[in-house]
Design a protein around this ligand. Structure first.
Ligand code: NAD
Length: 258
């Protein structure tokens, strides 16, 4: 079991379809002890999803934009565990006027909101927990390939480009403490966040046509397994990396038969 004895904090579970739910499930199967986070009104949904995990888990309060929550999270984990071996950042949000073909009309506040919640938050979360993380610990975030512009993704795409950069700067600054920071760039998956993107099916259709290995938008397990691997000691010299778990889509410019 590659995560035997590891204590992992997993953000971003809202339903059993959440990518983070599958990470928690795989991590428990691989021997990890897990705590989840959620916030406000959706916490009850997270608790309902959490009840379906193989082992019971607690759900801690975290709105990643609230300094008080981040501080309390660090204190709680310090009391409970004393150290944190791995963290999954599975958090993204963009207001509706910043997505779905509204790139040119989106106001700055909406673009800023997407940036703060989806990219700056990786630094905020890492900063709150770094004192608890031993050498060899890992932080993993979830990315959607930001090297190109996509239909409909708009300011969320810009926020993902920022997330990619934030992860590299974190890898630079936390590396001397032995902490690794990596992203998994996932193909489209039918989660709550994805359904909130008008026209998400267009992206999913692209993957169905073009991914060399094929792609199942209803199966987050391959993404979850890659996250577990990056959190494990098998990835001990990997930092500042973006691992594509997308059926090979990123490597080809067009479907094999056009
Ligand atoms: N679904 C996809 O197609 C896909 C593809 C690539 C990457 N991703 C990324 O995966 C991650 C998880 O998304 P998902 O698709 O599992 O959807 P999801 O809706 O299940 O998860 C998104 C999570 O973000 C949390 N969140 C939003 N604002 C927050 C805040 N202020 N503080 C704390 N948590 C907050 C929500 O509560 C929710 O749990 C996101 O970063 C997303 O961009 C998703």
């Amino acid at each position: 079991m590659i995560l035997e004895g590891k204590r992992l904090l997993i953000t971003g579970v809202i339903t059993k379809d959440s990518i983070a739910f599958h990470v928690a499930e795989q991590a428990q199967k691989e021997g990890a002890t897990v705590l989840l986070t959620s916030f406000g009104r959706v916490k009850r949904m997270t608790e309902r999803a959490a009840a379906r995990l193989p082992e019971p888990v607690d759900v801690l309060e975290l709105d990643v934009n609230r300094a008080e929550d981040l501080e309390a999270l660090g204190a709680t984990l310090g009391d409970r565990w004393g150290q944190v071996d791995g963290v999954l950042h599975a958090i993204a949000f963009a207001p509706q006027d910043a997505l779905g073909g509204k790139f040119m009309s989106a106001p700055a506040e909406s673009a800023n909101a997407a940036f703060q919640t989806s990219a700056f938050s990786l630094k905020a979360l890492a900063g709150a927990l770094v004192e608890l993380m031993p050498r060899g610990a890992g932080i993993v975030g979830l990315d959607f390939d930001a090297t190109v512009a996509w239909p409909i993704y708009d300011w969320m795409g810009v926020a993902k480009a920022a997330l990619e950069s934030v992860s590299r700067y974190l890898a630079r600054d936390l590396g001397p403490a032995g902490i690794r920071v990596n992203l998994v760039s996932a193909g489209p998956l039918g989660t709550v966040a994805a359904q909130g993107i008008p026209g998400f099916d267009q992206l999913a259709e692209l993957w169905r046509r073009q991914a060399p290995l094929g792609w199942d938008t209803a199966d987050p397990v391959p993404v979850a397994k890659a996250v577990c691997w990056l959190l494990s000691d098998y990835a001990q010299a990997i930092s500042g990396e973006i691992v594509h778990v997308d059926g090979g889509f990123h490597a080809v410019g067009a479907p094999a038969s056009v």
